[in-house]
Design a binder for this molecule. Sequence first.
Ligand SMILES: [Cu+2]
Length: 138
Amino acid sequence: MDAAWRRSWRPLLAAWAVLAAVALVAAACGGGGSAGAGGNTVQVSLQEYKIVVGGTTLTKGNSMQMKPGQVTFKVTNDGSMQHDFAIQGPGVDETNPQALQPRQSTSVTVTLQKGTYQVWCTQPGHKDLGMYGQIDVQ
Ligand SMILES: [Cu+2]
């Protein structure tokens, strides 16, 4: 091929390079986004004497709302004494949860159906001190 031919194609090749770079960036962003949306993880923070679920504080029986479907509760003990996270409702019976030391965490995956779920801490006296609430799934 002669030099003139190469010159005429150079701008087109440059354009293709830009397009390829844009596509790569878009793919990278898309992948990150779908990973975040696909993993339906909700942070749960155990404290004296409340349970914070996805930023909503549950204490002394108040309630919050969630959508049906599979959810992984990532439970962290952010308090200064031993706590745990029990949840009971339609199709879910996690009433003997793992006791967590301060700063320890665990994950609990459940499938929520429409209905009412009770969440609480089973450590002696903690429920009476406020560590319980309700999740209304609808
Ligand atoms: Cu507790």
